[in-house]
Design a protein around this ligand. Structure first.
Ligand code: HEM
Length: 201
């Protein structure tokens, strides 16, 4: 069956967050030459801090099957962290607004969209670091073979959004900023020039 044409809301989200995505992707260290398992573990710890916080923020406005923090916790345990270590991880405090459906959709666009890029990263981490589903790579393929259908069902919800496009777009931009600022603060991003994060030389 042919895919539905993108809704005006999706087109607006893509257009307004293209640069945010590019900027974040360029600073994430997955493809850096010296990226190793220790760096991957530090990156996942930082991911946990933002995903667990956003999940809490979205609360009941997101379907329970879209929760991802427990999968990140599973990966962190596979990489050697204890439950106590995971409970002690810092959580991002500066979060976007999720005051209404228009905001929730913007936040979810970013978090759900990141599962698409996860497909690329899953293959890369398996090849480059030998990290597979059971060994710390489950989050990168969090929905497995359902990735496409989860994305399409999110797009259905997005397509039903009644107006407030500017609010949704702003929430998505704020969510990208939230990721970028948090990962920066946790010192897991590459320098702007494409070098390694501090402490990883
Ligand atoms: C190095 C890391 C990343 C890579 C290589 C990457 C790559 C990709 C790719 C290839 C797609 C398009 C998939 C498709 O059309 O089937 C995509 C979509 C997307 N990614 Fe990323 N991504 C990365 C990180 C992230 C992060 C950290 C976020 C959010 C915090 C994010 C948010 C999104 C969103 C929202 C979309 C959906 C765009 C749309 O179709 O409207 N990505 N990414």
């Amino acid at each position: 069956m042919p895919a539905n044409p993108p809704s005006p809301m999706l087109l607006a989200l893509r257009e307004s967050t293209r640069d945010c995505h590019k900027a974040l992707e360029a600073r994430l260290p997955f493809f850096s030459p010296r990226f190793d398992e220790a760096a991957y573990r530090r990156l996942l710890q930082a991911y946990y801090g933002v995903h667990a916080a956003l999940e809490h923020l979205l609360g009941v406005y997101q379907e329970p099957e879209r929760r991802k923090a427990h999968i990140l916790a599973r990966d962190l345990r596979a990489l050697g962290l204890s439950d106590a270590d995971i409970d002690a991880l810092p959580l991002c405090q500066a979060l976007p607004s999720a005051a209404d459906e228009a905001c929730v959709l913007g936040v979810m666009y970013v978090v759900e969209g990141s599962t698409l890029g996860g497909q690329v990263l899953k293959r890369a981490m398996a090849e480059r670091l030998g990290i597979g589903q059971e060994g710390g790579g489950a989050f990168l393929d969090v929905y497995g073979e359902l990735t496409g259908s989860y994305w399409r069902s999110f797009l259905d919800r997005l397509g039903k959004a009644s107006g407030a496009q500017a609010t949704t777009v702003q929430a998505a931009i704020d969510t990208f900023s939230c990721f970028q600022a948090w990962l920066e603060q946790r010192n897991v991003l590459n320098e702007c020039s494409g070098g390694q994060p501090e402490g990883q030389a």
